[in-house]
Design a protein around this ligand. Sequence first.
Ligand SMILES: [Zn+2]
Length: 246
Amino acid sequence: MIADPFVQVRLLDLQAVDTSLNQLAHRRRSLPELALIEAADARAAEVRLKLVDAETELADLAAEQRRLEADVDTVRQRAERDQSRMTAVGVPAKEVTGLQHEVTSLARRQGILEDELLEVMERRELAETATQELTAQAGLIAEERARAESARDEVFAELDDAELKLRAERTDLAANVTPDLLALYEKVGQANGGVGAAMLRQRRCEGCRLELAGSELSSVRAAKPDQVLRCENCRRILVRTHESGL
Ligand SMILES: [Zn+2]
């Protein structure tokens, strides 16, 4: 391929802009806030699961408490009925004895139910505390995430600005490079980590840092200025300048 040496040198300017664009893209991808957001999401999901468990337990305990309270009521009402029957006029002595037995066993039953009720209420209190703590945790995580998000957006806005300027610069530079050379530069760049053109400085390819020697050096020395050269090692476009040491 043939290209005006002046145009070949423009490739180095283009490369500098593309390298900056790649650095911007890398910075965008590796922003610490992105990891923070991801970690916050993972923690939030964990807390959500625990919260679902705690809320389920809370609902179960509330239902259990209602059931026990209803049972206590039933037992108490039955005992009251028995008491009033016992004190009623004309109740046979035999029935009174039976009622006394029942009242005693109802009192025992009520005691057991009230102990169970107390235990359920204590467990419910613990579950309520756990739910509150998890809710508070979820709130803190959401705040952390929001802070990281706004920090990320701030940096993204800066990067957007910088990228816009570089893109405009790139358009201007690319307009000065012939289409076939530009296409070659882009193709080589894609295959070589975004670096398609490298300066030959002091006989060294700045793309792969290898020093030219032997027949390669001879052919580079012999090449006409408008010939587009490629590094034999990394295949990048090798751009000669007055610093090439040829
Ligand atoms: Zn090279």
